[in-house]
Design a protein around this ligand. Sequence first.
Ligand code: HEC
Ligand code: HEC
Length: 247
Amino acid sequence: MLFRALKTSLTLLAAAAVMTGGIMTASPPVAADETASSIVRGAKLYDKWYKVVGQKKPTKSHAAYPTDKKYAKDPGSNWRCKECHGWDYKGTDGAYKTGSHSTGIKGINGMAGADTAKIVAVLKDKTHDLNGKLGEDDFQDLAMFVSKGQVDSSKYIDAKKNIIGGNAEKGAAYYNTVCSNCHEKDGAKPKEMGKSLGSQMGNPWEVMHKIVNGQPDEKMPALREFGMQPVLDIMAHIATLPKKKLK
Ligand code: HEC
Ligand code: HEC
């Protein structure tokens, strides 16, 4: 209440300053209900939480990760939400149904739209074992992403991994003005990616998650608030870039 009253008086003050031609000294009011930054941070935690919170990667494997699966001896991988629940958020019903990342674990899509308190309770349960590893803000941001931030990729990526409704020509203009500063026009930088952006399109769900939400602990922007169209256009363009290994 106090905050709202303060905000109102600030707005009035600013309006008065404009009307009288005075100099505005009050900073513009910040929208208290902005949630996009929490969702985007939650999505980056989903990608690699220990990187986002500045911790070293875990050294002991996650107890909920099946011991007979490929990443059982790789705690840096098997503690990532995406490793058990997938880049398409559908777990065993999605792209991770088969292949080297399959675990048989369900997705998080069933909790899209759920009450964030319920999601936080799941994240704090014994299975997830995250108590003491993450703080309240982290749990809150993760829950915001799970509840309000999941993109239903089946609308945008077809069975052959083609992008539905992407305009590669528009995407080239976006990419060459927004992304190429860091990634070069041919998508071959930074080398740390291991393979060029063109090759990354073998996993379009991961690419989509990264473009919508950004990259953990990097200055890469999140395009979420611009809507899906530019994301699809950029992905259609990236699909045309050279596919090569880096390093
Ligand atoms: C090592 C594997 C593993 C990791 C890592 C993991 N989870 Fe889970 N998660 C599970 C399992 C197992 C379940 C329970 C599934 C079941 O009920 O069969 C689950 C359930 C969930 C559910 C409830 C889904 C539903 O519809 O009931 C949510 C939400 C969830 N996890 C989010 C996360 C988030 C966010 C992270 C990262 C902070 C994460 N999980 C990391 C294994 C994992
Ligand atoms: C400020 C620099 C910067 C900008 C701008 C930027 N990125 Fe990135 N991006 C990075 C860095 C750094 C990485 C992490 C590379 C690594 O270490 O794997 C990354 C990773 C990625 C990845 C994941 C690759 C992987 O293997 O993890 C994708 C996909 C990607 N960027 C696409 C884009 C697109 C598309 C744009 C434009 C909308 C963009 N980036 C803009 C710096 C940037």
